[in-house]
Design a protein around this ligand. Structure first.
Ligand SMILES: Cc1cc2nc3c(=O)[nH]c(=O)nc-3n(C[C@H](O)[C@H](O)[C@H](O)COP(=O)(O)O)c2cc1C
Length: 133
């Protein structure tokens, strides 16, 4: 049994807070009684590191798995997981830590998005000449 935080990919609940924004409060309320799993927008290893720092025990992956599957089937999903693992290891190394336990919220800094959200935000690796701004 675990607590799952999700806005279902932002499709139906696209005007509510992001699952990650609610994570610290939920983790505080749960207070170690069960595990917390969060999903929504995890595309890079660094995203997963941020979720772990905010208290997640695990993250769920939806669209990224679909993209990997569409690109190369089963091998694509395996490659995607290997890339995520490499990105996580690199991120932890660059942060100067050797385990999750060494991380805390002092490693995070809230920043404005580099790009404003647009119609392709959900699929950032798609290289389309999109007619929308
Ligand atoms: C192909 C696909 C179908 C999905 N169908 C549903 C659904 O029927 N109901 C639902 O609540 N969430 C659905 N989701 C959302 C997932 O349960 C999950 O919350 C979401 O994909 C996580 O965010 P991410 O795709 O950014 O990783 C779907 C996601 C994908 C990729």
């Amino acid at each position: 049994m675990e607590v799952r935080l999700s806005n279902h990919g932002g499709r139906q609940l696209d005007h509510v807070r992001g699952a990650l924004d609610t994570l610290p409060k939920v983790v505080r309320e749960v207070d170690g009684r069960t595990e917390a799993v969060v999903d929504g927008g995890f595309l890079r290893g660094t995203d997963i590191v941020k979720a772990r720092i905010l208290g997640a025990d695990a993250v769920g992956i939806g669209r990224l798995e679909c993209i990997a599957m569409a690109a190369a089937g089963r091998e694509g999903v395996v490659r995607m997981l290997r890339i995520l693992k490499h990105e996580i290891t690199t991120c932890l190394g660059l942060l100067g830590v050797t385990s999750w336990d060494e991380l805390d919220e002092s490693y995070l800094h809230r920043a404005l998005p580099v790009d404003p959200p647009d119609v392709l935000s959900a699929i950032p690796f798609l290289d389309l000449d999109c007619p929308y701004p």
